[in-house]
Design a protein around this ligand. Structure first.
Ligand code: 6PG
Length: 234
C-alpha cells in the first residue's frame, strides 16, 4: 500500500515509532537518508541517537534548509547535529549538509552538485533516496514548498532556492520529483495545528499549489505517516 498511517497516543510515541521505522528500514546496508527540520523532529533525532546503529554506512542529507549559517539556531543542520549527529557519533564524511552560509542560489547549485556526484547521476536523472523524512506545516507546506510556490509544478529539478514570503526568508529545498522518487518516506506530524492540513492533504480534493504536501501524498508514492492523536483530530 502506498499510504499508511499510524496514530500514536503522544508526540513522544509517534517520534519513537518513526525513529524505529527509519532505522529498521536502513539497517544492515549502505543507505541514504534525507532529514527535515522544524521543531517536531527533535525527539525523533534523540530517539535515533539512543539506538544501537551502524552509522558508518548511512549517508545523511537534508530535505531543506533555511538561509542561515550552520551554527544559527534556525538551522535544520544544527538541530540534527545537536540531537542526532553528535550524540550518535555520525562520521563527518557521511554528513552532506546544505551550505546555506553561501548565497541561497549558490547554496542550491552546490547542493545539487553534491547530490549529483554522490548518486553518480547522469544528465536529467533524479536521485532516489532510500528514505526521506518530512513533516508538514499548519499551511500544508512540506519541505520548503509553501502554498503558491511555482516550483510545486517542477518535475525535473533536484534542489532550488525559494523565497518564503511569510518568513521573509530564503530557503533551499529538494524539489517535488526528488521527494516523490524516494524509496520510502516517513512523515512525522504532531500537534492540533496539523489536524486541518492533514485532513486536506489526505482528502479527496487535489490541489498541490494550495496543499503542497500533495506533491507526494496521493500520487501513489510510498509514504508512512506517524502522527499523534492531536494531529489525527481525535
Ligand atoms: C523546515 C522543515 C519543514 C517542516 C515543517 C514542520 O525547515 O521548517 O523542514 O518543512 O517539516 O515546517 O515543522 P514543525 O515540526 O516545526 O511543525
Amino acid at each position: 500500500m502506498s499510504f499508511e498511517r499510524e496514530v500514536h497516543s503522544s508526540p513522544e510515541a509517534a517520534a519513537a515509532a518513526c525513529a524505529l521505522y527509519i532505522l529498521d528500514s536502513l539497517a544492515g546496508r549502505t543507505a541514504t537518508l534525507a532529514l527535515s527540520g522544524g521543531t517536531t523532529p527533535r525527539m525523533m533525532f534523540a530517539e535515533m541517537a539512543r539506538r544501537p546503529f551502524d552509522w558508518t554506512r548511512l549517508h545523511i542529507f537534508w530535505v531543506d534548509e533555511r538561509a542561515v549559517p550552520p551554527g544559527d539556531e534556525q538551522s535544520n543542520y544544527r538541530l540534527a547535529r545537536e540531537h542526532l549527529l553528535e550524540p550518535a557519533g555520525v562520521p563527518a564524511a557521511n554528513v552532506h549538509r546544505i551550505e546555506t552560509e553561501l548565497p541561497p542560489f549558490e547554496a542550491a547549485k552546490r547542493y545539487q552538485a553534491v547530490i549529483r556526484e554522490f548518486f553518480a547521476l547522469s544528465e536529467g536523472e533524479l536521485p532516489r533516496f532510500d528514505m526521506i523524512h518530512r513533516g508538514i506545516g499548519a499551511d500544508a507546506h512540506t519541505a520548503s514548498l509553501f502554498p503558491g510556490e511555482p516550483l510545486i509544478h517542477d518535475e525535473a529539478g533536484i534542489a532550488a532556492a525559494v523565497y518564503v514570503e511569510k518568513f521573509k526568508q530564503f530557503r533551499v529545498t529538494l524539489l517535488p520529483g526528488v521527494l516523490r522518487a524516494a524509496r520510502q518516506t516517513a512523515m512525522l506530524v504532531c500537534g492540533a495545528d496539523k489536524a486541518a492540513p492533514m485532513a486536506a492533504i489526505t482528502g479527496p480534493t487535489r490541489d498541490p499549489l494550495r496543499w503542497p504536501a500533495q506533491v507526494v501524498t496521493g500520487t501513489g508514492a510510498p509514504e508512512r505517516w506517524f502522527i499523534d492523536e492531536a494531529a489525527a483530530g481525535l
